[in-house]
Design a protein around this ligand. Structure first.
Ligand SMILES: [Zn+2]
Length: 288
């Protein structure tokens, strides 16, 4: 699932490459992922539209078009964009992979933006701007971690009174928008907090440390992803410290990184740097 650093990079790349360009052709390969909230055929509505800009709203990307129309993208687990530059897309018989669901061809000598989704779990919504609130989950998106609204006070009031475990809290878009499994693990590692700790167990100092870790981890990841400059379909994750690193040594203390299930999600953590709080949990530091 693309998370904030991935989405910010895709947004910036699309703005740099495509803003101001007009769509000249549309191919819908998998109608099931494209939900139109208008009566007309989506392809007919999109052809001729000029992309004004791309914006991010939590886990969504919004492509804003000229005539008060937006294409809202919610990538879920396996959705991704690919930008096929003019030279490649004009190659004779350029094959369209089975994962392709939608292709938007722009006037820039045939540059194409392709939405791939092998599991077809993601959703694209074509909607009039005035009806954005009708897009499922659009209006319930929570606090945006990189925005000015993400203050310590706002975060404290979200955390206090919440009964979730820290990992579940982080991946819930209604709390903080745009954090998934990968960055939730990295944030908790940075803060030295165990993923199964309950929000209600944190004191003011721990909440502050957690809050600062969110900003620090996401800022650093945004910079890293931008610096790498990979094509937008590539998810740059090899610099993460604990995510998907079970069995490897913790980069901070050398203890073996563990994996645990947290309410349907998995969590990777260092049992020494992220000690368990309370007695109801397994003491991972004593298990070899
Ligand atoms: Zn450690």
């Amino acid at each position: 699932m693309p998370e904030i650093p991935d989405l910010e990079y895709i947004r910036d790349t699309l703005n740099w490459r495509l803003a101001g360009a007009r769509i000249v052709a549309v191919q819908v390969y998998q109608p099931i992922v494209l939900r139109s909230m208008l009566r007309e055929e989506p392809a007919r509505l999109l052809v001729g539209q000029k992309l004004q800009r791309c914006e991010r709203h939590g886990p969504f990307l919004r492509l804003r078009f000229s005539a008060g129309l937006s294409l809202i993208c919610h990538f879920m687990l396996s959705g991704r964009f690919e930008l096929v530059e003019a030279a490649r897309s004009q190659r004779p018989r350029h094959p369209v992979p089975k994962s392709a669901c939608l292709a938007l061809e722009f006037e820039l000598q045939g540059t194409r933006l392709i939405y791939h989704d092998p599991k077809r779990m993601g959703k694209l919504y074509l909607v009039e701007d005035v009806r954005l609130a009708e897009v499922p989950r659009w209006s319930s998106v929570g606090l945006a971690p990189l925005s000015p609204a993400f203050t310590l006070t706002a975060f404290q009031s979200l955390v206090r009174g919440n009964r979730a475990q820290l990992k579940s809290f982080l991946v819930n878009d209604e709390n903080l928008a745009g954090i998934g499994n990968a960055y939730a693990d990295e944030i908790l590692f940075e803060a030295g907090l165990h993923p199964k700790t309950l929000c209600s167990k944190l004191d003011a100092a721990a909440i502050k440390l957690w809050y600062e870790s969110i900003g620090r981890v996401l800022d650093a990841a945004c910079r890293e992803v931008r610096w790498r400059g990979e094509p937008i379909e590539v998810k740059v994750r090899d610099f993460l410290k604990v995510r998907n690193r079970a069995g490897e040594p913790c980069p901070r203390c050398g203890t073996t990184i563990r994996r645990a299930g947290v309410r349907g999600f998995d969590a990777f953590f260092c049992p020494k740097c992220q000690p368990v709080q309370g007695k109801t949990f397994i003491d991972w530091s004593k298990i070899k």
